[in-house]
Design a protein around this ligand. Structure first.
Ligand code: NAG
Length: 271
């Protein structure tokens, strides 16, 4: 991680230096610099329609902003990106991204040296991390509609959310490697029963702890609730070696894991 950061830093520095260097034209440069004219004065004007390709790139930029947490606290998918998000979710894009996250998380997890006292844990979020609510979102515009908590709770009560296959495989690998698995979800304690049933039905059959929002947690931003729980977990002596979640509020805050893995989710944002 530090070496990676350092190499980026050095790369930026050497690029910046080359800009001041009169001989920089002899250095390899990104293509984008070769023909600045083609980029000048171009504005993506979605409303006036500048073509399918520009709309796709605009929505890709939006998704990049969302996944990097540059764009925060958004309530719905932008209207013009409804089809883009639908295609991403329903075609292979989403699955490819999930597989990439699982692969990288697996690569890291295999390098972790477990102490062997049973205190090395991996935290998983549930919704859009282990279980998929895509069947619900298919019927609710893939995030185009404002989130309706009571409708969503009815879906949760069905207990029929399927597992995300890449996450399921990774979760099993985590167990095989000897980590303890803690599930930390924004679902409420009243949904414990149906959540356990749903997990088992989807192939997630073992966990060491399932933490849901208790009475005192309602109305708390997820980032505060999840941070508090991680603090407690570490106070008990556990080491949070990894954390997987589709929301930045699953991953940021206090007692962050040694490595956090952000799964894709362009359908909704939780503070
Ligand atoms: C993991 O995180 C803990 C708590 O932040 C820290 O003390 C520890 O040094 C980290 N371990 C590694 C291997 O980075």
């Amino acid at each position: 991680m530090n070496a990676f950061k350092l190499s980026i830093f050095l790369a930026l520095c050497s690029f910046a230096a080359s800009l001041n260097n009169p001989d920089s034209s002899t250095l390899p440069r990104p293509l984008i610099v070769e023909n600045p004219q083609s980029l000048l004065g171009r504005v993506v004007d979605v409303e006036h329609g500048s073509g399918e390709e520009d709309l796709r790139m605009h929505c890709q930029s939006w998704r990049f902003g969302v996944e990097t947490n540059n764009i925060r606290s958004w309530k719905t998918v932008p209207v013009e990106c409804a089809d883009y998000v639908k295609n991403y979710m329903m075609k292979r894009g989403y699955v490819y991204d999930l597989e990439m996250v699982a692969k990288e998380a697996g690569n890291y997890a295999r390098t972790v040296q477990l102490v062997g006292d049973g205190n090395d844990i991996w935290i998983f979020d549930i919704d859009e991390t282990l279980l998929s609510n895509l069947p619900y979102y298919v019927d609710h515009g893939f995030g185009l509609e404002v989130f309706d908590g009571s409708k969503f709770d009815k879906w949760v009560e069905l207990g029929s959310a399927p597992a995300l296959q890449a996450s399921l495989k990774f979760y099993k690998e985590i167990l095989d490697l000897g980590f303890k698995v803690f599930l930390l979800t924004g679902r409420s304690e009243e949904q414990r029963g149906v959540t356990e049933e749903n997990l088992r039905r989807s192939g997630i059959e073992r966990w060491d702890r399932l933490i849901l929002r208790g009475k005192g947690d309602h109305g708390k931003p997820a980032i505060a609730y999840k941070s508090e729980r991680r603090v407690q977990i570490e106070e008990e002596g556990f080491r949070i070696r990894g954390n997987s979640g589709d929301q930045w509020s699953d991953l940021l805050g206090l007692c962050m894991a040694n490595r956090s893995f952000k799964l894709p989710n362009p359908m909704y944002y939780i503070d």
